[in-house]
Design a protein around this ligand. Structure first.
Ligand SMILES: C[S@@+](CC[C@H](N)C(=O)[O-])C[C@H]1O[C@@H](n2cnc3c(N)ncnc32)[C@H](O)[C@@H]1O
Length: 316
């Protein structure tokens, strides 16, 4: 086959690698990691690997440094994990063809995964998925032996009705589109559960409100943020899921020196996706706020107040 344009060749190689990934996954001898040996080749050809095209640009440019993200993000509360396990309960236990009890989408570096695994019964079959290769690498390093696959929410490499529960931590706002919701609906067993959880910042503290306020100044895509609740509108419009419960639970204790707080902001996709100059300006501004606010300027340890926001849905 002759290619006159590098772009066409790139697209062809991408699609071939993806087909290989699917094939390997289909015969169950490997998951998308089978594509990994080819990743440098994909990079050389200037494409971004496994179909990144339909990831949100801020997510695609912002979630690239797994180590940095992992170092500066909080875990989840034990209480929230126990609630989630209770909610999943026996749902779909008797359904035929169940491959996984829990499918995690947008697992990132495994912040939620690690916590969940501490509590999950031994027999629970868990699959963690993540589209960004850099995050997936950290996830696999942190949790060797865990079953993982590289995929986006709108393209889940599993058969229909093969999962009892889908869990999404701190990520559903990135893919609350019809394709992803349809895909989640498709892989869930009848009456399967969809669980969405966020660690959210309690912005009533002056310094935190001020730092968060910078988001709208530096990033014009606030509507994708969880707190804009566009994802909730989309989910309600979709009609394939019934909301069963919404809980605000006490948040995870997240505290540390000023550098941890600055790092927490630096790991936010809206900052890490900025150009170098803008990112520096935004982080300087955050440092200024922390160095002047009476609650933080002299504090050795700063506490970032958090809440846990938990939503339960069921396939209908
Ligand atoms: C804020 S991180 C949360 C990561 C992890 N769940 C946690 O609790 O730390 C958002 C994650 O969503 C993933 N993501 C973004 N768009 C996605 C999509 N279309 N499908 C699946 N995951 C996506 C990102 O790659 C990233 O890992």
């Amino acid at each position: 086959m002759t290619y006159h344009h590098a772009a066409e060749a790139t697209e062809y190689v991408s699609s071939q690698l993806r087909t290989i990934g699917y094939w390997l996954s289909a015969v169950k001898c490997c998951d998308y990691s089978g594509v990994y040996p080819f990743q440098p080749l994909v990079g050389l050809l200037g494409c971004t690997g496994y179909q990144m095209a339909s990831l949100h640009t801020i997510a695609e440019n912002g979630f690239t440094d797994g180590m940095m993200y992992d170092m500066h993000r909080p875990s989840y509360t034990s209480e929230s994990i126990k609630y989630i396990l209770d909610y999943i309960g026996e749902a779909g236990k008797r359904a035929d063809d169940v491959e996984y009890d829990v499918l995690e989408l947008g697992a990132g570096t495994g912040k939620f995964t690690q916590k969940f695994l501490q509590f999950k019964p031994k027999t629970t079959r868990y699959l963690a998925t993540e589209p960004m290769p850099e995050f997936l690498t950290t996830l696999r390093t942190e949790l060797p032996g865990l079953e993982t696959r590289q995929c986006r929410a709108d393209d889940i490499p599993l058969p229909d009705s093969s999962v009892r529960a889908v869990v999404v931590a701190q990520a559903f706002h990135w893919f609350a589109d019809d394709e992803s919701m349809q895909e989640i609906w498709r892989v869930l067993v009848p009456m399967g559960k969809l669980i969405l959880i966020w660690n959210c910042k309690d912005n009533s503290k002056g310094w935190l409100g001020q730092c968060e306020g910078l988001r709208t100044k530096y990033c014009d895509s606030h509507s994708t943020h969880y707190s804009a609740f566009k994802w909730r509108e989309k989910l309600n419009e979709f009609k394939g899921f019934r909301q069963n419960e919404h809980l605000y639970l006490p948040g995870i204790k997240f505290q540390g020196p000023k550098s941890l707080m600055v790092g927490r902001f630096a790991s936010s996709s809206w900052i890490s996706s900025l150009t170098e100059g803008k990112r520096k300006k935004a982080l300087d501004k955050i440092n200024d706020i922390l160095n002047t606010d009476p609650d933080t300027r002299d504090a050795k340890i700063i506490c970032m107040p958090m809440l846990t926001d938990l939503y339960y849905y069921a396939k209908c």
